[in-house]
Design a binder for this molecule. Structure first.
Ligand code: IMP
Ligand code: MG
Length: 179
């Protein structure tokens, strides 16, 4: 099926599973080549990264640890300032080599929040791996060390990524059809 419907929107096939697998393999190879011998801890940012994470970690050499995290924001004590918090993190990151796993980096706001919270725990190093990256939308300074595929500013679904909760189970990536 080249055209699918999720809720009120249509999506067309954009990146098939073979091309996704190659992108995941590329990220894994780069991590294996550059971070060999480090006792890595992967931090997978839920929900979207679950499928990327499952496929990626099976290609990683050595004995990495893996945690799944989410960000939660609550109103701070001063006015209505938003304060971010990482939930699900039960590993000590101090002096560890951390690799943040993101399904997609768009504006970079999510990554920026996660990165700052990780940094507070004083790890030895922090690397960032993103399966998909939208360079034209990115507004932050943090270097994305490992990128599977760069894409344009189209909204995509599948392989963990959702539209209003739908489409995460799809094995291919679809992009929104012309509005
Ligand atoms: P950012 O904070 O703008 O970089 O966006 C990050 C989050 O927004 C991702 O982790 C996704 O959950 C979601 N997101 C961004 N672009 C897309 C997309 O094209 N499809 C589905 N979700 C997206
Ligand atoms: Mg995400």
């Amino acid at each position: 099926m080249n055209i699918i419907t999720l809720g009120d929107k249509s999506f067309s096939l954009f990146i098939d599973d073979q091309k996704i697998n190659k992108a995941v393999q590329k990220v894994a190879n780069e991590i294996n080549d550059t971070l060999a011998g480090k006792n890595l801890i992967f931090l997978s940012v839920l929900n979207g990264s679950f499928m990327f994470t499952a496929d990626l970690v099976r290609l990683i050499k050595g004995n990495p640890e893996l945690s799944f995290i989410k960000t939660a924001s609550y109103e701070g004590l001063i006015g209505s300032e938003k304060v971010n918090q990482l939930i699900g993190l039960n590993n000590e990151l101090r002096h560890r080599n951390v690799v943040i796993l993101e399904d997609i980096v768009d504006t970079g706001n999510t990554l920026d929040a996660v990165y700052k919270l990780v940094q507070q725990q004083q790890p030895a190093s922090i690397k960032v791996a993103a399966l998909f990256y939208k360079p034209l939308a990115y507004k932050k300074e943090i270097n994305i060390d490992y990128v599977g595929l760069e894409i344009e500013n189209d909204f995509i679904v599948g392989y963990g990524l959702d539209y209003n909760g739908l489409g995460r189970n799809l094995k291919h990536i679809y992009k929104i059809a012309d509005k």
